[in-house]
Design a protein around this ligand. Structure first.
Ligand code: ADP
Ligand code: MG
Length: 746
């Protein structure tokens, strides 16, 4: 028996349980042993029966005097009732009995189990048992309700070897048919068996430096702790281990990218200067600095892997356009990917306007619509067939191909792709990003000649990702640790502060009146709702979490009806959500841009990148459903013009946490600071949907600790510098490989 032994070979795991475990994702001994409890119940204090009080969690031990089944008077439920007497009963004159009721002076207590009639086959009068559970007051006195039980006579002393009672008891994340009791029953003998046979993947040096428990001890303590403090130390060890693996993985990734080749793109100062002069504004210092970092990366003969972070409205697109121009002037191609069709099209138009005078061909490739602009066609946008677009991309006629994830389809081939830009990169699924990177790494242009030599010898495109979601420092050092960062930390001058307010239900009408006035004066309004359809289903689950109260979440359709018919009957109200067809969405966005719509009710689809500067009010319903960073994104949709803008926040949640979060949003305009706050308030899990990465919950806590993360990164670096292939640490290398299969890094 070892860690990789399949569950089928574990004694006592029946085929039925094998099936359940597999459904739960557990396939081996390792899977079982690393299925950690999510909390503990402390039943380590065993108290004499005479001392138990009502409504108390306690553990008692004693002898079963009687045990029998009966039905409740409604006959719906079978009760198993037992009478348990203290282990060392006094020389009692009369034996208590169930029939004569409960007699306190005899130190016996009644125990009741519900719907477990089989218990009378397991527990017999005369058995010595240990019970852990909660006391209740019944008609005839105190009783212990549904306690965990185990026979003491069956197991080896000392009592500390108890499993379900009389100790700190682990409680596991459960699923149908896999109870905590069952996990304890299976895991404990495994631990006993493997105790001294588990090799520790963490080098001793590291363990000493960070004062970590060795693996066997840690596994034992995380499942069956002798104290809560030791349980915590065990958790810390595993949390560290995960963090350490993440660091090793990203640092290795960095080294790997650093060893690859890319086209070196010379700096074309002349063209760049001409471009910046053609802009209707001056670049901010932060824009210049980021652009410079990117252009410097492009000069190098190894692939850039850079993330451009900048708050909404900070002007990332212009910076990206500088890079695009530079690459095209060197006669290479650029692919520019955006998460939605609306956004791809917006970029297409922006690029077209910004690069009008630079003799370029820009293509647009989305799911359904293909547009192609050519200088030869008199600065016009022309619709051409998809086939033509692909052809012109392949023969190099198109300089920049802008699009949605349609760009990662297999038919798309470039002649000389040197730069890939991904906008709002966090909006892409992990799979899509992986595919893009993989595809662009092995750019199809090179595919035919791959056999001719080693793939490492072929240049791969530079990669520039962009995001408006600021990444807290710890995440930048871990999950994004293989990327270089450029940060635009200032907004273009002259932007007015957006006035942010939480609107109480009584003030709702005032807010609507305010909106009417804004529209009358020519401005436009966004209304964001958390859902598309109204729902009656109160049991919606997301990521296996039961999200109660979604029923109250404002649904776009409902809100649209209400606003267009009742609240603003004389204004033009439109509706936008992800379920609409592409053409429809496009039309609505076009109408909104052209002021044919005054108020646009939308789901979070408009969160990313939409630029309609005439909009001055952002009204958000159900704010408790959104993360701070996301709310900040919404807010960034307004405040893009000379007019004063407003952000109105609505919430149905009285929770303190919600208030705290909204206050943070009002007080703070800095997306980075908000992201840090979000991380603190909600934890990294919620922060950006860690399930996407497959990162276990355990490590999430460490991700709040900048100092620990920095120190861990340093240690990982030292080990890799000394031994890049981890030859001296074969176990660590093997575990790392397994880890990399499980986790998805950027
Ligand atoms: P984001 O970083 O959110 O993608 P955009 O690139 O869409 O921001 O830019 C937001 C708006 O600001 C655009 O209308 C753009 O033309 C404008 N802009 C960008 N840089 C500047 C600048 N330095 N000064 C003034 N306006 C700018
Ligand atoms: Mg943008």
């Amino acid at each position: 028996m070892n860690l990789s032994t399949p569950i089928e070979e574990i004694p006592r795991v029946s085929p039925q349980y094998q099936k359940r475990l597999k459904k739960f994702g557990i396939k081996t001994v390792q899977g079982l042993l690393f299925h950690f409890p999510h909390r503990y119940e402390d039943f380590s204090n065993i108290i004499p029966i005479s001392q138990i009080k009502n409504n108390q969690s306690c553990c008692i031990q004693g002898k079963i005097l009687e045990i029998r089944n009966s039905r409740t008077w409604k006959k719906r439920m079978i009760l198993t009732q037992a009478l348990v007497q203290d282990y060392n009963p006094p020389a009692a004159s009369s034996q208590p009995s169930l029939r004569s009721g409960w007699a306190p002076e005899t130190r016996a207590v009644k125990v009741i189990w519900f719907n477990q009639p089989y218990l009378i086959k397991i527990l017999k009068p005369g058995d010595i048992i240990s019970l852990a559970g909660k006391t209740n007051m019944g008609e005839d006195g105190l009783y212990l309700s549904n306690p965990a039980y185990e026979k003491i006579s069956n197991i080896q002393y000392p009592i500390s070897s108890l499993t379900h009672t009389g100790r700190i008891v682990p409680v596991y994340p459960e699923t149908e048919g896999l109870s905590s009791r069952w996990f304890r029953f299976i895991i404990r003998p495994l631990l006993v068996q493997l105790k001294d046979k588990l090799p520790d993947p963490l080098p001793e040096k590291i363990r000493k430096e960070f004062k970590l428990l060795p693996i066997s001890q840690a596994l034992w303590q995380i499942h069956f702790p002798t104290s809560l403090n030791l349980a915590k130390q065990a958790q810390e060890r595993f949390s560290f281990e995960e963090l350490f693996f993440i660091e090793l993985a990203v640092l290795k990734q960095r080294m790997k990218i650093g060893s690859l080749k890319a086209q070196s793109i010379p700096l074309n100062l002349k063209a760049l200067q001409r471009f910046t002069k053609s802009l209707p504004f001056k670049l901010t210092d932060a824009q210049k600095k980021s652009a410079w970092q990117i252009l410097k990366d492009l000069e190098k003969p190894k692939p850039m892997n850079r993330l451009l972070e900048g708050d909404v409205g900070s002007g990332k697109t212009v910076v990206a356009t500088l890079a695009i121009l530079n690459v095209i002037k060197a006669r290479h191609q650029v692919a520019f990917m955006a998460p939605t069709e609306i956004l791809a099209k917006q970029h297409f138009k922006t690029a077209w306007e910004l690069l009008k005078n630079f003799n370029l061909n820009i293509g647009l490739l989305t799911g359904k619509e293909d547009k192609f602009f050519s200088k030869k066609l008199k600065n016009e946008m022309v619709e051409i067939s998809r086939k033509k677009i692909l052809e012109k991309t392949k023969n190099g006629e198109i300089d920049v191909l802008i699009g949605t994830h349609a760009l990662i389809q297999d038919q798309v081939r470039f002649k000389n792709l040197a730069l890939v830009i991904v906008d709002e990169q966090h909006r892409f699924g992990v799979e899509q990003r992986a595919k893009l990177i993989q595809n662009s790494k092995l750019s199809r242009f090179y595919r035919g000649s791959r056999q001719a030599g080693k793939i490492e010898n072929y240049p791969i495109p530079h990669l520039l990702s962009m995001t408006a979601t600021p990444i807290p420092r710890t995440l930048a050092l871990t999950i994004y640790g293989d990327l270089d960062l450029s940060i635009i930390n200032e907004l273009p001058k002259g932007r007015k502060k957006i006035i942010t307010r939480v609107i109480s239900p009584e003030d709702r009408n005032n807010a609507y009146n305010f909106i009417k006035k804004q529209v009358k004066s020519g401005r436009q309004v966004f209304v964001i709702c958390p859902r598309i359809e109204p729902t009656n289903n109160k049991q919606l689950t997301i990521n296996n979490k039961n999200i109660l109260g979604w029923a109250e979440a404002k649904a776009v359709k409902e809100e649209y009806e209400k606003l267009s018919k009742q609240v603003f009957p004389d204004l033009k109200v439109g509706m936008l959500h992800g379920k609409l067809g592409t053409k429809e969405k496009e039309k609505i966005m076009r109408d909104f841009k052209n002021k044919k719509i005054d108020i646009l009710v939308s789901t979070s689809v408009i969160e990313v990148g939409i630029d309609v500067p005439n909009t001055t009010v952002m009204m958000i319903e159900g704010t408790e459903r959104f993360g701070l960073s996301q709310l900040h994104q919404f807010r960034g949709r307004v405040g893009r013009s000379k007019y004063q803008s407003f952000c109105f926040l609505f919430t149905d949640s009285p929770a303190q946490k919600t208030k705290q979060r909204l206050k943070a949003l009002i007080d703070c305009e800095d997306g980075f600071a908000l992201a840090e706050k979000d991380l603190k308030i909600r934890g990294p899990g919620d922060f950006m949907g860690h399930r996407q990465w497959g990162i276990p919950d355990l490590v999430m806590n460490s991700l709040k600790d900048v100092f620990l993360v920095e120190k861990t990164r340093q240690s990982a670096k030292e080990i890799l510098e000394e031994d890049p292939e981890l030859k001296k640490y074969p176990l660590l290398q093997r575990q790392l490989e397994k880890f990399q299969e499980r986790i998805h890094l950027e």
